[in-house]
Design a protein around this ligand. Sequence first.
Ligand SMILES: NC(=O)c1ccc[n+]([C@@H]2O[C@H](COP(=O)([O-])OP(=O)(O)OC[C@H]3O[C@@H](n4cnc5c(N)ncnc54)[C@H](O)[C@@H]3O)[C@@H](O)[C@H]2O)c1
Length: 253
Amino acid sequence: MLLKDRIALVTGAARGQGASHARHLAREGARVVLTDILDDLGKTVAEEIRETGADATYLRLDVRETADWEKTVADVVKQYGRIDVLVNNAGVCELSDVESTTDEEWKYVVDTNAMGVFKGCRAVVPVMKRGGGGAIVNTASVQAVKGTWGYVAYQASKSAVLGVTRSVALTYANDGIRANAVAPSAVNTDMLAKEMEHFRQNEWFDFDKWLEEQPISRIAEPEDVSRMVVFLASDLSSYSTGGVFPVDGGLLA
Ligand SMILES: NC(=O)c1ccc[n+]([C@@H]2O[C@H](COP(=O)([O-])OP(=O)(O)OC[C@H]3O[C@@H](n4cnc5c(N)ncnc54)[C@H](O)[C@@H]3O)[C@@H](O)[C@H]2O)c1
């Protein structure tokens, strides 16, 4: 029970890694607020968590929308009085190189992945300050640290996540607020399935060969990342802030 009675807000929690993070945080005793734009899926995951005896609620939150953040944070504070943990997990991915990326693709990816994380921190930090502190876990990617082909907007957005994370960490270090980023490699979710379909159709990247060459030659399961999120959300990581924590099977090594 590393997070007993802590109030945790997770974005993009309707499926994939976000749903897994919500389950793991709840298992450690947190009261979890799941948010997403996929309402039916999100409500189902919250219901499943409640069936385990934990406290879980679903609220609609488009991370790009300031008004959604303001309403969600106000609702959570009204219900629970505080927010102890924020997991900025929501994200989208487009495989597109410099020449073929449209303004719309860039805006969609960067607004969701980078601006969404910024808006989340902006909305929640004042609540954490009033409550005496908190832990923020932002979702970057190994692509924020290491280059690869054909993901220009995605890589730019995930690099920006590291910038926001460091800025929050340094600004609020003495307010008891810690901010860290997780950097996963390939994780077994719908997002990766869409990427693999793209690789197959375009034949420009041999995913199986790439996987064979990885130090740990398997893709990550969402749970691999969730355990790192629990660590960063809990007091186990009490002296870590502004850091980038790979969950990458050794890729960055
Ligand atoms: N899957 C991977 O290989 C991988 C690797 C590194 C990092 N990531 C990152 O992990 C995070 C989770 O992705 P996933 O793998 O679970 O993918 P996913 O597509 O299964 O889940 C993403 C979730 O984010 C939600 N979302 C998208 N736009 C949103 C918005 N505007 N507002 C609120 N919610 C929104 C989706 O509805 C979905 O539930 C993302 O930030 C992604 O970039 C994924």
